[in-house]
Design a protein around this ligand. Structure first.
Ligand code: NAD
Length: 246
């Protein structure tokens, strides 16, 4: 119960890493706000978390919509009185090489993967300052450290997330708020569904451990970083890759 009573918002938590993180947080005693684009999917995860014996609330929130974010934060504060942890997990891919990338593809990924992170952090930071502490965790990627073929938009956003974390760590550390990023390699989630089987196999072959991560293996890292056991980890971008980048 390392997160006992910690009120936690996890964006994009109806699927993949976000969903696994919501499950892990509830098992560690956190109160979890599940938020994602689709009400039915959100409600299904909330039901699952309640079946695990957890306390969870569901919100239909698009991280590009400041009004929806503000409503969620107000409702959660009203119910629980505080917000201890924000996990900025929501993200998409729209891959194309620079030579073929449309402005729309570029803007969409930046809006969700970068500005969405800013929107949510901006919406909770006053509360965290007032209560004298909090943790802001953010989904970056190995692509946010090394770049990747076909991912101009995604790489820019994920590098940017690490820029946020290093800046927020400096600005907010004295207020008891820690900010960190998690940089996964390949994780077996629906975000990879557009990739052909051959490409997925080639990706696995590049990993020294010869497999993708299970979403739960990333969720474990978020849970550790959210907990008081990580009390001196601030401004870090932690690679969780099975050795992919060695
Ligand atoms: P996923 O597609 O399974 O889940 C992403 C969730 O985000 C979905 O439920 C989706 O509906 C939600 N979402 C998308 N746009 C949203 C918006 N505008 N507002 C709110 N929610 C929105 O993907 P995943 O693999 O679990 O990815 C989670 C995060 O981890 C992403 O930020 C991704 O970039 C990052 N990541 C994933 C991998 C990987 O290999 N799977 C690797 C590195 C980083």
């Amino acid at each position: 119960m390392r997160l006992k009573g910690k009120v936690s918002i996890i964006t994009g938590s109806a699927s993949g890493i976000g969903k696994a993180t919501a499950e892990k947080f509830v098992k560690e005693g956190a109160i979890v706000a599940v938020c994602d684009l689709n009400t039915e999917a959100v409600n299904a995860v909330v039901d699952e978390l309640k079946a695990l014996g957890g306390e969870a609330y569901g919100y239909k929130v698009d991280v590009t919509n400041k009004g929806q974010i503000a409503e969620m934060v107000a409702d959660l504060k009203n119910r629980c009185g505080r917000i201890d942890v924000l996990v900025n997990n929501a993200g998409i891919v729209q891959d194309a090489q620079l030579i073929k990338m449309s402005e729309d593809q570029f803007d969409k990924v930046i809006d969700i993967n970068l500005k969405g992170v800013y929107n949510c952090a901006r919406a909770v930071v006053d509360t965290m300052v007032e209560q004298g502490g909090g943790v802001i965790l953010n989904a970056s990627s190995v692509v946010g450290v090394y770049g990747n073929f076909g991912q101009t938009n995604y790489a820019a956003a994920k590098f940017g997330v690490i820029g946020f974390v290093k800046t927020w760590a400096k600005e907010l550390g004295k207020k008891g708020i820690r900010a960190n990023a998690v940089c996964p390699g390949f994780v077996a989630t629906p975000i990879l569904k557009a990739m052909p089987e051959k490409v997925l196999q080639a990706m696995e072959d590049k990993v020294p451990m010869r497999r993708m991560a299970d979403p739960a293996e990333i969720a474990n890292v978020y849970a550790f970083l959210a907990s008081d056991e990580a009390s001196y980890i601030n401004g870090a971008a932690i690679e969780v890759t099975g050795g992919l980048t060695l």
